[in-house]
Design a protein around this ligand. Structure first.
Ligand code: CAA
Ligand code: NAD
Length: 278
């Protein structure tokens, strides 16, 4: 099977890596060679770590040998499945799927790793809504078990089955849900992170204390502010905006502090500064 991934950022790189670990031939595309080089370096580091722990079936070299890194979208023409993992912006994703629908062979399945954007809208843009689906991996992809599988209004049973089986072949546990803003994962997770940010803004506690309270008190592996920095504050804001717009309740209003930090370029771990310094 030939597996395509669009975007070599933290999610696209992770998805491509796990696909190659699972024996698929993988093409990764991004808009600039430097983004591909950066993505490849992250994959190499992760593979080295997993290899050291004896968690890979093949050597890192064999796995990397299954991967191609391209800037040209035409590289996806003969892919059986293409998973998109670019910026969380409906307009940008829809434009991309309009192009991909023309490039990928007609029987190929298109999937989005979006955190919150309506799958049905992206499916319409692709021109092949029955062969379109949400395939939502969790960060960090090489370590996290879940893939949330989101059916759009017109997704066929065959497409849902194919993507479910592919997630299983990647060693993941697929769980199905329907197409509502934020699906299940981010409808529940993101308001908690937003509330933690609101606590910082209101001076309820210092970031370290908020994270410590949730880690030690609730047994969460990461505190909510560490997790927001890890996900990317730009992505958190984009998800909250989709929830607020799509569900219409003010309980989903993005914290003004979150908005201000994104405006200031404080995006968390990826920019070197968020609630903490990296
Ligand atoms: N590849 C390979 N190894 C990795 C890795 C990667 N990508 N990331 C971390 N590791 C390794 C670390 O190097 C470390 O190795 P050593 O033990 O040899 O030092 C090991 O994994 C464990 O890492 P940590 O010491 O940091 O310990 P941890 O126990 O905290 O585990 C974690 C890390 C699994 C990420 C854990 O902190 C965790 O589960 N955090 C929460 C993650 C989460 O909630 N993800 C979902 C985010 S929401 C989302 O994804 C959806 C969305 O749309 C926004
Ligand atoms: P990121 O910023 O790390 O990476 C995005 C990558 O996409 C960048 O390398 C960028 O150059 C590339 N890109 C942007 N526009 C492009 C285009 N038109 N064509 C090709 N490449 C393009 O972002 P990320 O955290 O990997 O998030 C990607 C997607 O995955 C988003 O939709 C996000 O909501 C979703 N997601 C994120 C997380 C997370 O924890 N960060 C978890 C699950 C899902």
């Amino acid at each position: 099977m030939k597996f395509g991934v669009i975007g070599a950022g933290q999610m696209g790189g992770g998805i491509a890596q796990v696909a190659a670990q699972s024996g698929f031939d993988v093409v990764v595309q991004d808009v600039k060679q430097e983004f591909l080089d950066r993505g490849r370096a992250v994959i190499e580091k992760s593979l080295a770590k997993l290899h050291e722990k004896g968690r890979l079936t093949d050597t890192p070299d064999v796995i990397l040998g299954r991967m191609e890194f391209k800037t040209d979208l035409n590289a996806f023409a003969d892919c059986d499945l293409v998973v998109e993992a670019i910026v969380e912006n409906e307009g940008v994703k829809a434009d991309l799927f309009r192009q991909l629908g023309q490039i990928v062979k007609p029987e190929g399945v298109l999937a989005s790793n979006t955190s919150s954007i309506p799958i049905t809208a992206l499916a319409s843009a692709s021109g092949r809504p029955e062969r379109f689906i949400g395939m939502h991996f969790m960060n960090p992809v090489p370590l996290m078990q879940l893939v949330e599988v989101i059916r759009g209004y017109s997704t066929s049973d065959e497409t849902a089955q194919f993507v479910t089986q592919t997630a299983e072949r990647m060693g993941k546990t697929p769980l199905a849900c329907n197409d509502f803003p934020g699906f299940v994962s981010n409808r529940i997770l993101m308001p908690m992170l937003n509330e933690a940010i609101q606590c910082v803004m209101e001076g309820v506690a210092e970031p370290e204390a908020i994270d410590g309270i949730m880690k030690l008190g609730m047994n969460h592996p990461m505190g909510p502010l560490t997790l927001a920095d890890f996900i990317g504050l730009d992505t958190c804001l984009a998800i909250m905006e989709v929830l607020h717009r799509g569900l219409g309740d003010d309980k989903y209003r993005p914290s003004p502090l979150l908005r201000k930090m994104v405006q200031a370029g404080l995006l968390g771990r990826k920019s070197g500064q968020g609630f903490y310094t990296y």
